[in-house]
Ligand binder design. Structure first.
Ligand code: PPS
Length: 308
C-alpha cells in the first residue's frame, strides 16, 4: 500500500468519528484494549511463515526505531524504498484491529507475502505459538522502566484511542501494578529475557542503541544473517537517528490525523533520550519506585541502565 493510500485510509477513519479510548479487558490475565481482546481467538490463531521476523517490545521501548533499522537493513540502506509507506503498513502490528489509527495487523498480513516483519507488544506467553513452532527470528527491545513509563505516559495523553492515563502520580502506580495496556513491564522484560537463548531472540536495549547505534545496528544485521558494507551501515545509522526519523513522514506517525494522535499534546517522536525520567519523577516518587523495582527484579540481573 502506498503512502497516498494510507492517508486516505486515515482520513476515512477521521470521518468515521468512532474514535474513543478503548477500555482494557484482561486476556489470560493481561489487560489488552477491547479491540484486541474481542478478536483474541483470531489473533492467537495467526500462523507465521518460518521466514517472518518478529519485533517484540513493551510499548514505547524503541519499536519504531528498530522497525526502521530492520527495514533499511533488508533493503540495503535504500532510503527511498523505506519511504514507500508509513511504518504501520511496512511492518504490520500483529494484534491491532480496526477501528484504530493503525490498520488491522491480520488484514495487512493476509495481503503480504513472507518474509514479513511483524510488530507485537504481546508478552511472550501470548505470542501466537506458531512463531516458536516455526522458529521465527525475534528481536526484543527493552528500555529502562522509568524512561519507558514516561514515554508511555505522554503517548497515552496524545493517542486518543489509548486508555486515559490520568495524572502522573496515579500513572506510576498503574505502571507498577501492571494495569496499563499490555500489562506488567516487569513480567514483559523478564519473559523474553528468560527465553532469549532457547527461542532465537536478539535482546536489545534502547540505552545501548543510544550509546552506540552502529554496534547495535551491526548486531541486528548479524541476527538477520546479512553482511552489508561499512558505508551502507553508516547510512542506516544516520537514517535511523532520532533527528532524521523525526523529520521522516513515513516514520514519525504524522500521517495519523489529529483526532487520533494529538501532536499538540505530545509528538510521537518526543525526545528520544535516556534519562528524561529525572524531569518527571520527584525524589520521593523515584525512591518509592526504585524500592519496588528492586523487589520485583531481584535475582534477574537484566542489565538495565537509567543513564548512559
Ligand atoms: S510504540 O508506539 O510502542 O511503537 O512506540 P516506540 O516506537 O516503541 O517508542 C517510541 C519512543 O521511541 C523514541 N524513538 C527514538 N529514540 C531514539 N532514536 C530514534 N531513532 C527513535 N525513534 C523513536 C520516541 O521518541 C519515543 O520515546 P520518547 O521518550 O517518548 O521520546
Amino acid at each position: 500500500m502506498s503512502g497516498e493510500e494510507s492517508i486516505s485510509y486515515t482520513e476515512s477513519i477521521h470521518r468515521a468519528k468512532n474514535i474513543y479510548r478503548f477500555p482494557l479487558i484482561p486476556v489470560r490475565g493481561i489487560p489488552l484494549m477491547s479491540h484486541i481482546a474481542n478478536n483474541w481467538d483470531e489473533i492467537c490463531a495467526f500462523q507465521p511463515h518460518p521466514s517472518d521476523l518478529l519485533i517484540a517490545t513493551y510499548p514505547k521501548a524503541g519499536t519504531t526505531w528498530t522497525q526502521e533499522i530492520v527495514d533499511l537493513l533488508l533493503h540495503n540502506g535504500d532510503a527511498d524504498v523505506c519511504r514507500r509507506a508509513p511504518t504501520v503498513q511496512r511492518v504490520p502490528f500483529l494484534e491491532i484491529f480496526a477501528p484504530q489509527p493503525i490498520p488491522s495487523g491480520l488484514e495487512l498480513l493476509s495481503k503480504m507475502d513472507p518474509p514479513r516483519v511483524i510488530k507485537t507488544h504481546l508478552p511472550i506467553q501470548l505470542v501466537p505459538k506458531g512463531f516458536w513452532e516455526n522458529k521465527c527470528k525475534t528481536i526484543y527491545v527493552a528500555r529502562n522502566a522509568k524512561d519507558n513509563m514516561v514515554s508511555y505516559f505522554h503517548f497515552d495523553r496524545m493517542n486518543q484511542t489509548q486508555p486515559e492515563p490520568g495524572p502522573w502520580d496515579g500513572y506510576i502506580h498503574k505502571f507498577m501494578k501492571g494495569e496499563l495496556g499490555w500489562g506488567s513491564w516487569y513480567d514483559h522484560v523478564k519473559g523474553y529475557w528468560k527465553e532469549r537463548q532457547t527461542r532465537n531472540i536478539l535482546y536489545l536495549f534502547y540505552e545501548d542503541m543510544k550509546e552506540n547505534p552502529r554496534r547495535e545496528v551491526e548486531r541486528v544485521m548479524r541476527h538477520l544473517d546479512l553482511l552489508l558494507p561499512d558505508d551502507v551501515i553508516s547510512r542506516i545509522v544516520e537514517l535511523t537517528s532520532f533527528q532524521v526519523m523525526k523529520e521522516n513522514p513515513m516514520a514519525n506517525y504524522t500521517f495519523i490525523p489529529k483526532p487520533i494522535f494529538d501532536f499538540s499534546i505530545s509528538p510521537f517522536m518526543r525526545k528520544g533520550v535516556v534519562g528524561d525520567w529525572s524531569n518527571h519523577f520527584t525524589a520521593e516518587q523515584s525512591k518509592m519506585f526504585d524500592e519496588d523495582y528492586e523487589r520485583k527484579m531481584e535475582g534477574w540481573n537484566i542489565p538495565f541502565r537509567t543513564q548512559i
